[in-house]
Design a protein around this ligand. Sequence first.
Ligand code: S3P
Length: 747
Amino acid sequence: MQPGAARIGRLVVVGLGLIGGSFAKGIKQSGLADEVVGVDLDPRSCQRAVELGVVDRCEVDLASACVGADVIQLAVPILGMEKLLAALARLDLGQAVITDVGSAKGNVVRAYRDAFGGDLSRFVPGHPIAGSEQSGVEAANAELFKRHKVILTPLAETSPQALAQVDGLWRALGADVEHMQVERHDEVLAATSHLPHLLAFGLVDSLAKRSENLEIFRYAAGGFRDFTRIAGSDPVMWHDIFLANREAVLRTLDIFRSDLDALRDAVDAGDGHHLLGVFTRAKVAREHFSKILARRAYVDAMNSNDDLIFLGKPGGSLTGRIRVPGDKSISHRSIMLGSLAEGTTEVEGFLEGEDALATLQAFRDMGVVIEGPNQGRVTIHGVGLHGLQAPPGPIYLGNSGTSMRLLAGILAAQSFDTTLTGDASLSKRPMNRVANPLREMGAVIETAAEGRPPMVIRGGQRLKGLNYTLPMASAQVKSCLLLAGLWADGKTTTTEPAPTRDHTERMLRGFGYPVDVNGPRASVESGHTLKATHIEVPGDISSSAFFLVAASIAEGSDLTLEHVGINPTRTGVIDILRLMGADITLENQREVGGEPVADLHVRAARLKGIEIPEALVPLAIDEFPVLFVAAACAEGRTVLRGAEELRVKESDRIQVMADGLQALGVKCEPTADGIIIDGVGHGVPAMGGGEVHGHGDHRIAMAFSVASLRASAPIRIHDCANVATSFPNFLGLCAQVGINVAEEVAS
Ligand code: S3P
């Protein structure tokens, strides 16, 4: 039994089919009701219900069953509700609460109003989303609703006590209860359940009545079987549902009909582009929904708080040759520029992490046909600088600050409005750094308080070029403005206070778009076009950094990281580690698609503490969490200054790392713009074991995974799910090279 569920005296369940029988049996077993009474017109079902322990007693007569009832559950077929409610309204039900299990809610509520007149306070409409191919009281199963959704659709008049009572009963059966408005329920169910059933019944009938049907069905294979499984459902029940939810079904059917007509036209016209667009979008949507559906089915919603824990065990050394996933910054930009180019761009080595996928989905939402990703290969059918279309709704960018800031520049210049949203971490990050200069260019942008997301970007503005000096070293701000500059009148120039990653400038040129770079200044002018190209994304040096540090601090390590991007605006981590005494060599240096690449060979070394040169900070901005781990293992003091930007990353990386390191016994002190860390040096554990928090920040979770190599006991790292934003196979590669970290398996 769930804690907090209020006991009731008498529960009456009218209709002892699968759903009513299962509800009655579950409540009877929970002990929440003093007595469970069944009502069924079929005397056989009544008798079986008592024999099977589904109810305490069963009546064929409604009036005698309902005497003294506290809650009456109506579980009859949906078209029988009207008659049943009319009969109930003639009885003296005292204060009994009435609830139901109908698959459509609008018609039941209408019938209740008609029967009971004005008083709706004791009615709690409900719909359990559960069932099975079996039917009847024999199939009653007390566990049927466990981990299934039950939607309650209380009315404005429903009393809170009545709602709480029904809610409590469902929760006692292990259901995941949600509340929703009647109209919304009927719309959602019409689209996700009723329409697919209509199509399945309709398709099978349409094929079966053709004269050549036998011939057709001989060749029907998996596709036919999968699509039409639900045509085996109970015809009477479904006939009831369509009659009951008529309006909502018609609305969703009409929308689908026009989409189907568009598909027909595309086939007729040989418009492969349209077909590919629909199919690629559908494929990702299906994969996305499958994950949600799988979670519903297998995760215990009651006990799960969605905390993914990594457990890092001490010791070990790193050996071998590995290839880390593709560069995140370059992957984002490949989708953006590929979409805005004329022609088809092929990308290889694309990072299939959630951040880059958020960018990819955003462009799909704006009508760009993108095939893949398939093992790092993506094909983008560019639409040109003026070909984006309004997305169907807000664009959700998950955890990805790069997506939101760079997209803001592109979207400020479009003809349509857009809203950009993100997860809890992204919703806290500052967007005025891009919104303010974009406004100076003529963009109209609204944000939430203090410049936080969501960002609402108004389309149809004419942008003018801007000469802007950045107040902070930020490649995201620089890139945002240069991208907006592709549409702005005249010239757009950014001047940065220190060098930051220049992938946007390089890639624009790769797409044939002129960019003028002069020291800290970069300029673009509108009026040119992007021409499709081939992009090879090198391995991400930011992901490599975890292994560079790991191999440096773990005695006996000798590791090679193949094909890593070593763009000079990104190699601060190598410079800093070398200043600390790391043994890193660059082998096989070459240039791939406009970006320098090398194999990084790293061996264990005796690291020492240093004062990190401030000029290197922007060139290693994402690598500090793991560099702090290196500092904790180095001999002596490491001091970082001029890195206040770390406080506004996916988490406040200065505070969060200081908290975690201190929890493990490392001597360190956060400062306003950096940190001071006193490392213990070579040959001894650098810290104890314990519990730390990833704060939903991928790089914090991975940094503490690396730290476990030099801990004296295991480190449990909470909140690690976001590692998938930048490094999908992190744990796999750790296992391959010899870092002992794995997902903690719930016992
Ligand atoms: C990025 C720039 C950096 C970096 C981020 C990716 C980019 O942010 O931290 O992970 O792709 O332009 P800032 O430019 O805000 O420092």
